[in-house]
Design a protein around this ligand. Structure first.
Ligand SMILES: NC(=[NH2+])NCCC[C@H](N)C(=O)O
Length: 410
């Protein structure tokens, strides 16, 4: 039974993506478009990722790997048709019908593992030519225009951040419409998994949002925290839109799975692209907050069910007072690191606030964020450090590299 009842309760099952072909395709020339800040030493990134997986397993968490799930799903013929209908649509501006058809033939002929690797890792023009065993002489303008190293199917290096593209909220799943073009195909991969993998087809759960149908009303999992007590906390910033919030919240309210959403406005900036880059729940009553943000200055609203399809919205005087009230606590602790201007920004950039709780008061964090981690320990939070020198180059940490599918209440 997949259910995420809280943000910090005992973690039982997660989806992670161990990077591979997707990261090997990054270059100084394409990294910006692909939302990475540097190229990556892939072998080391994989070692770092395996250590992260192992730490979770040691803590009793079952780890599912995205590429394995996808490979399993595309063992079904209908799943292959489903995913290829979407990623090789004739309307893809750079492809055109001829190239789309050739590529489709090529991908359909692959075994499930190879297909899954390319759905995540992309496919270059030279790989297409090599496989087709011919030069671009046929009726594809798209193929003639592409340079050999350019992509017929772009790689998805941000698949590493499994949290963003699908997220479980109480007894249901949201497959998210993504804000950035570099990530929209991730949504299709998740729809393929959730529609066809027996692990999910044999279970019953709500579907809060269907990413493809709802795009471009983006909402991303890095902006969504399941606080417990029928409450969700949602960040509204660079990646999550008002329409995305409303769609999700209406759907949760209609099923009665949540009674309240607290929505907090974030500055729109790359470094703060999701809520979990600045604010993360670490214990039943504690949150870590980027030290450059003034908790009293954060603008927020509480959404509750209104009449019919309407939402009832009130602006909050104080975000954390509202959160405490929702959780039926006298107060919550807002943990901020005492840092100088420089280390505050350096550690936030390196995901010092992006923490994955495995149990109340126990979090996985990048070791690089020394002062943030020390501060947490001073407040009684157990920090399990991992190395992320390579993984962190895509601007994501333990929380966004994990998609919990089963978690206990706090
Ligand atoms: N929830 C998060 N903090 N996710 C980080 C995502 C980073 C990724 N490179 C992107 O820009 O989309």
């Amino acid at each position: 039974m997949y259910q995420v009842k809280s943000e910090v309760g005992a973690l039982k099952q997660v989806i992670l993506h161990e990077p591979g072909l997707d990261l090997e395709r990054l270059t100084p020339g394409n990294k910006d478009e692909l939302l990475f800040d540097d190229v990556v030493w892939v072998t080391r990134a994989q070692q770092e990722h395996r250590a992260f997986q192992q730490l979770l397993r040691d803590r009793g968490v079952t780890v599912h790997l995205l590429q394995d799930l996808l490979a399993e799903a595309v063992k079904h013929e209908e799943a292959v048709a489903f995913v290829l209908d979407r990623v090789l649509d004739d309307r893809q501006p750079q492809l055109g019908a001829a190239l789309a058809q050739e590529t489709r033939k090529l991908l359909t002929g692959m075994g499930p593992s190879e297909l899954a690797a390319h759905l995540l890792g992309g496919l270059s023009k030279s790989e297409v030519l090599e496989a087709l065993g011919e030069k671009p002489g046929t009726g594809s303008l798209g193929l003639r225009l592409l340079a050999d190293e350019e992509f017929v199917l772009a790689p998805l290096p941000n698949a590493l951040f499994t949290r963003d593209t699908s997220c479980w909220i109480y007894d249901g799943l949201s497959i998210n419409p993504m804000m950035k073009a570099a990530r929209t195909r991730e949504t299709v991969n998740y729809e393929t998994i959730y529609n066809f993998h027996p692990m999910f087809t044999e279970e019953r759960f709500h579907r809060w949002i269907d990413g493809e149908a709802m795009a471009p009303a983006a909402i991303e999992g890095g902006d969504v925290a399941v606080l417990g007590a029928g409450t969700v906390l949602i960040g509204l910033g660079e990646r999550t839109t008002p329409a995305g919030v409303e769609n999700l919240v209406r759907s949760l309210f209609a099923a009665g799975s949540a009674q309240r959403a607290i929505v907090v406005e974030l500055p729109k900036a790359r470094a703060l692209m999701h809520l979990d880059t600045v604010l993360t729940m670490v214990d039943r009553d504690a949150f870590t907050l980027f030290s450059a943000l003034d908790p009293a200055a954060l603008r927020s609203w509480t959404l509750t069910p209104g009449t019919g399809q309407d939402l009832h919205i009130t602006e909050n005087a104080d975000l954390f007072t509202q959160i405490a009230a929702a959780l039926e606590l006298d107060a919550v602790r807002v943990l901020q690191t005492r840092q100088d201007h420089y280390s505050a920004r350096r550690e936030q950039w390196n995901d010092g606030c992006n923490l994955l709780a495995v149990a109340p008061g126990t979090v996985i964090a990048y070791e690089i964020n020394e002062s943030s981690n020390r501060m947490l320990e001073d407040h009684g939070i157990e920090v399990l450090p991992i190395r992320g020198d390579q993984l962190g180059r895509g601007r994501g940490g333990p929380r966004c590299m994990s998609c919990p599918i089963e978690r206990d209440a706090a």
